[in-house]
Design a protein around this ligand. Structure first.
Ligand code: SF4
Ligand code: SF4
Length: 82
């Protein structure tokens, strides 16, 4: 699969980095941008893409058989935004 984070769209909120269950995404502190790390560890749960408030994360050629991943503790913290 291929994954891209559009730098001009990323607003540095870190939500994608925090939600990723397999730690695929990293955060560049200097640039204040999320980056794709080990894309081979991605399980294609699409949580990062779903949560990104800027629609900055784009994936292609991902397997469509995996379940959506929800971290309940993280979702609890998100309630204030809903
Ligand atoms: S969730 Fe989107 S806007 Fe937030 S850090 Fe990740 S890519 Fe950037
Ligand atoms: S799709 Fe899921 S496993 Fe892949 S980078 Fe996003 S949150 Fe992580």
């Amino acid at each position: 699969m291929r994954m891209e984070i559009h730098e001009q769209a990323c607003r540095g909120c870190r939500m994608c980095v925090e939600i990723c269950p397999t730690k695929v995404l990293t955060f560049d502190e200097e640039a204040c941008l999320a980056k794709v790390g080990k894309v081979e560890d991605c399980i294609a749960c699409l949580s990062c893409t779903y949560l990104c408030p800027s629609g900055a994360i784009h994936q292609e050629d991902y397997p469509r058989v995996k379940n959506f991943y929800r971290d309940l503790e993280f979702c609890g913290r998100m309630e204030k935004f809903l």
